[in-house]
Design a protein around this ligand. Sequence first.
Ligand SMILES: NC(=O)c1ccc[n+]([C@@H]2O[C@H](COP(=O)([O-])OP(=O)(O)OC[C@H]3O[C@@H](n4cnc5c(N)ncnc54)[C@H](O)[C@@H]3O)[C@@H](O)[C@H]2O)c1
Length: 353
Amino acid sequence: MALKLGIIGCGGIANSHMHGYNALGERVEATACCDINFKKAKEFAERYNIPHCYDNCYDMLKNHALDIADVCTWNAAHCECSVAALEAGVNVLCEKPMAMNAAEAEKMKAAADKAGKLLMVGFVRRQGDDAARAIELIKDGTVGDVYFAKATYLRRAGFPGGWFGNKALSGGGPLIDLGVHVIDLTRYIMGCPKPVSVYGAAFDKLGARENVRRDGGAWISQTEVDKPVFNVEDLAVAMIRFDNGALLEVECSFNLNLKHEKGDIEIYGSKAGFSLGEFELHTVVDHELADIKLNGDHRFEFQRDMDKEMKNFVDAVEGKAACLAPAEDGVALMKILDAIYLSAQTGKSVEIQ
Ligand SMILES: NC(=O)c1ccc[n+]([C@@H]2O[C@H](COP(=O)([O-])OP(=O)(O)OC[C@H]3O[C@@H](n4cnc5c(N)ncnc54)[C@H](O)[C@@H]3O)[C@@H](O)[C@H]2O)c1
């Protein structure tokens, strides 16, 4: 029997998700979709041949016995829509960031636990071949003891526009939008150690940079806004300490005066170091420094790995695979982000409980 799917939020990323569900053929039946902008829901329904569309998730959840819901709204609606679906007995995949803050994320996890339903977070980077290979290299002992890592997601002129600069809808700037990907991925590769403290700083020196021609193909919001708001940080930098003593350094920006945009993760262990961008092991061979390039193709590919995310969600709901991005990791991530924002405000390091 096909799983009945409802899409909540019919903007840009929902299209990538539909690609993934369509790739699953008869396993998924796209039954309904909704968007508070009804025009978008209607167009989306027509585009993907979805028989029912709504201007809110409550009517959709009431009128259809859905098995799975996919929350693709702006960040401020993740908690409300996920909880509504879970309380209606529906399994949920929620886009990243899981929520606006840890309190919301905990509320969502509690709703999933109470309903006995799956709540998966859209940490798509976990699905990449690069993540799988990095984990193997650590597990088989090639890297040794991992004690330092760097997670970087720096854009030079890459503010996505739309609601992304409006704190009331986004919860923050590049830290919650981009940092979330690389912090989670690095922590995942490191074996999900418990975060214990952070020291962070945030800046808003460049703002939206609307008068600068964009460089590269960074994500652009499909939501048009009458009056653009930019009241979030444009750069965030942080150090995260884990309970195993390891340290993670994070840098992420929408806008920054740097030469080359950079999105990468570097892992440093007692036997070797490497980055996901290159998969070249920096090590010592017979008393001599050596750089050993792996020949395999270990990349993250956006749409291919999005498709894998939808498959993992459906497999997990059907009990055929473990969910690669469970709610508890979303909660841990939101605690890290809350602590970084608090540290940036106070100028002091913040402990995480
Ligand atoms: N995984 C990734 O790589 C990736 C990439 C881009 C965006 N995202 C995430 O996806 C989410 C959506 O981003 P986007 O770029 O598609 O945004 P978007 O602006 O294109 O679409 C968001 C849609 O949500 C709708 N919406 C808002 N509140 C709603 C509610 N309560 N009920 C129903 N619909 C509602 C809006 O009307 C809008 O159409 C964000 O959380 C973003 O962080 C993830």
